[in-house]
Design a protein around this ligand. Structure first.
Ligand SMILES: O=C(O)CCC(=O)C(=O)O
Ligand SMILES: [Fe+2]
Length: 280
């Protein structure tokens, strides 16, 4: 029983393992080691109850309940249900979570370091998840851009991606934007950071969650965002996770860019998501 590398640039995978086996310290330590070095770990087809998923998450840190109560699992507040399914005329969970390239919660000042998804009901022909490595993205950044961004901070924002809610009906676009800026102030992060485990530099910020690089003019920002988008989405450097039932996928939020892809019409998809803060 051992992990194998999924692609040269990201990911390690473990197959044919049960929850009881994964719980053993030797194997779980291997998982942590692979997660630290490979950014993303896939445990294929592992049956887990919500409680078992939370127990595993606790080994990595402190599971934190999702902000909006209505999308929490009815019994386990640490689990957010990410789903396009509807039961009794009610959405089972949040639909279209993360359907653009991003690093989880990078628009806040202290994002939880790990995300864990369990594939409860997953189609095989759509609804894949795409992953790229932010260390690899930084490495591939042309030298002149590395020089231009060295030592710079960027302003992150949820502005471009915030969803319009019931409470926003009647607001003009300008008023909506003004409100977001008050409720979700932009935060500043260094653009290049060092991974605490490997010491490798990585790019922190995705154009969808970036307002601007401080000190860049509009043209420089646009040019930089285009370069970064192209590097993130380079098909040679993207791992496509094609879900199989009960896959458990865990990633480091800072060093992993990812994007959910569309689910084909009429097909249900439900994953249980746990966000894991450090410490306890
Ligand atoms: O459901 C997925 O494919 C990933 C969604 C996502 O971005 C997340 O859960 O952080
Ligand atoms: Fe995400």
């Amino acid at each position: 029983m051992s992990f194998h590398e999924i692609t040269p640039f990201i990911g390690a995978e473990l197959t044919d393992v049960t929850y009881e086996e994964l719980e053993r310290p030797e194997l779980f330590d291997q998982l942590v080691d692979n997660l630290r070095r490979r950014e993303l770990v896939v445990v294929r087809g592992i049956e887990l109850t919500p409680k078992q998923q939370i127990t595993l998450a606790r080994r990595l840190g402190k599971p934190v309940p999702f902000l909006l109560k209505e999308y929490r699992h009815p019994e386990f507040e640490e689990i957010m249900i990410s789903s396009n399914e509807v039961k009794n005329n009610k959405p089972v969970g949040v639909a279209r979570v993360g359907n653009f390239w991003h690093q989880d919660s990078s628009y806040i000042s202290n994002p939880a370091p790990y995300t864990m998804l369990h594939g409860v009901n997953v189609p095989s022909t759509s609804g894949h998840t795409l992953y790229a490595n932010a260390v690899d993205v930084y490495e591939r950044l042309p030298e002149d851009w590395k020089r231009k961004i060295a030592g710079r901070n960027a302003l992150a924002t949820v502005n471009k991606r915030l969803r319009i809610g019931k409470e926003h009906v009647g607001l003009s676009v300008a008023e909506f934007r003004a409100l977001i800026d008050i409720e979700h102030p932009k935060v500043e992060h260094p653009l290049v950071r060092e991974d605490p485990f490997t010491g490798r530099p990585y790019l922190y910020g995705s154009p969808e969650y970036l307002d601007s690089v401080i000190g860049f003019d509009a043209n420089e920002n646009a040019a930089f965002f285009a370069v970064v988008d192209e590097l993130i989405q380079d098909p040679e450097h993207v791992y496509t996770h094609r879900w199989t039932p009960n896959d458990l996928v865990i990633w480091k939020t800072a060093t992993t860019y990812h994007s959910a892809t569309a689910v084909e019409p009429g097909v249900g998809r439900t994953v249980h998501r746990v966000s894991i803060q450090s410490g306890d």
